[in-house]
Ligand binder design. Structure first.
Ligand code: ADP
Length: 399
């Protein structure tokens, strides 16, 4: 079976054609600058066959057509015809309270995604554009929507409710939703497998640390999410590449008064100019930050310290929330690759039974147990694979 996995943004569209049974990726790539000049990249295996070629893409429809053309092209295609593409799975950001799992795209599903636009105003319209473009290009192929929020819908009310007047929850759906759910779902399930507990997870307590450009933690008991660090939107939690994470709201009022910012400017500062970039003034990229810190840049060091300190605090709070922790898992760009960040985060957690093995922790980008043999809490690196999760859900729902 071959599933086309689509992640549509407002001016970009990432795609992968994969076999959900073995995770084998036949081809993948990226359409960029949709609605501007259009750039098309296409890779087969690790080989870039088409590299940011200019292709007219006034809308997502042309982008999808470029993808399909490449996939079936006699020259460098990976399938003989469209018949060999069985279904399409779409990443959708916000499923609101409507979606606790993935669903087949039909009119009701589209209406529900539309209803969630106020909660995901940047992403949901782009995700819908991707869905509609695929429906137009492949009217007979089943399509599935996989939501970033769905995995977190098992949180209990005390975790998702905000201490605001209750009517905002009832009337306006104001609550914690959480994001990166597909990643947290994959990583927590894979961790249970690695621990040999997937058939019988009991109340195994796992803290998943998805540390990338955007970052979030989840607390999972028996494979189900009980808390997560992002909120109604992805700005909440600990500092990220350019997002502030949780800040005292008084600061927002103070800066808006002082500089006359409107709410859009203020949100732009919190989303795009804050986090480790804001503190360091150097970069949002952790490789740049490590290099700068090593060469004596104190603000880069402070940014890294702030990041690892806040992640450690979240880990402590989730251990308290769950009444213990059996495993801590690192994933995504920073979590999979930065031994220093992992070591700094775990450095203060010995009292909880967390003991890293410095040698094992040198690993990069592959699945590994990195805790010492006598560590009471297991620590792992598990590379995330959101696309595989989307492909598996799509295959399952299209059976
Ligand atoms: P996104 O949230 O955009 O999906 P990723 O999960 O790809 O992000 O993570 C991107 C981040 O991973 C970059 O900011 C970069 O700092 C970090 N990263 C990638 N490789 C390394 C590395 N070797 N060491 C430290 N950080 C890394």
């Amino acid at each position: 079976m071959n599933i086309l996995v689509i992640n549509a943004g407002s001016s970009s569209l990432k795609y992968q054609l994969m076999d959900p049974d073995n995770g084998n990726v036949l081809a993948k790539g990226l359409c960029e600058r949709i609605g501007i000049d259009g750039k098309f990249t296409y890779k087969v295996g690790s080989k870039t066959v088409i590299d940011a070629k200019e292709v007219a893409m006034p809308t997502h429809a042309e982008a999808i057509n470029a993808v399909l053309e490449a996939l079936v092209s006699p020259e460098h295609g990976v399938v003989k015809s469209m018949d060999e593409i069985d279904a399409v799975g779409h990443r959708v950001l916000h499923g609101g309270k409507e979606f606790t799992a993935s669903c087949v795209v039909d009119d009701a599903c589209i209406a529900a995604i539309e209803k969630c636009i106020p909660l995901g105003p940047l992403h949901n319209p782009a995700n819908l554009t991707g869905i509609r473009a695929c429906q137009a290009a492949m009217p007979n192929k089943p399509q599935v929507a996989v939501f970033d929020t769905a995995f977190h819908m098992t949180m209990p009310p005390k975790a998702y409710i905000y201490a605001l007047p209750y009517e905002y929850y009832e009337k306006d759906d104001v609550r914690r939703y959480g994001f990166h759910g597909t990643s947290h779902r994959y990583v927590s399930a894979r961790t249970l497998e690695v621990m040999g507990l997937d058939k019988n997870p009991g109340d195994t307590k796992i803290i998943c640390c998805h540390l990338g450009n955007g970052s979030s933690l989840s607390a999972c008991v028996g494979g189900k999410c009980v808390d997560t660090s992002m909120g109604l939107g992805p700005l909440a939690g600990f500092p990220m590449g350019t997002r502030s994470g949780d800040v005292d709201i008084t600061i927002v009022e103070y800066l808006m008064d002082r500089y006359g910012y409107d709410i859009k400017e203020m949100m732009n500062i919190l989303n795009k100019k804050s986090g480790v970039l804001g503190i360091s003034g150097v970069s949002s990229d952790f490789r740049d930050l490590s290099a700068a810190a090593e060469s004596g840049n104190e603000r880069a060091r402070l940014a890294l310290d702030k990041f690892t300190y806040e992640v450690r605090k979240f880990i402590g709070s989730y251990a308290a929330a769950m009444g213990g922790v059996d495993a801590i898992v690192f994933t995504a760009g920073v979590g999979e690759n930065s031994a220093d960040v992992r070591a700094d985060i775990c450095a203060g957690l010995e009292y909880m039974g967390v003991k890293l093995d410095a040698d094992k922790n040198k690993t990069r980008g592959v699945e590994a147990e990195i805790s010492a043999d006598d560590s009471r809490v297991k620590v792992y690196v598990i590379p995330t694979n959101e696309e595989l999760m989307i492909a598996k859900d799509t295959a399952e729902l299209c059976k």
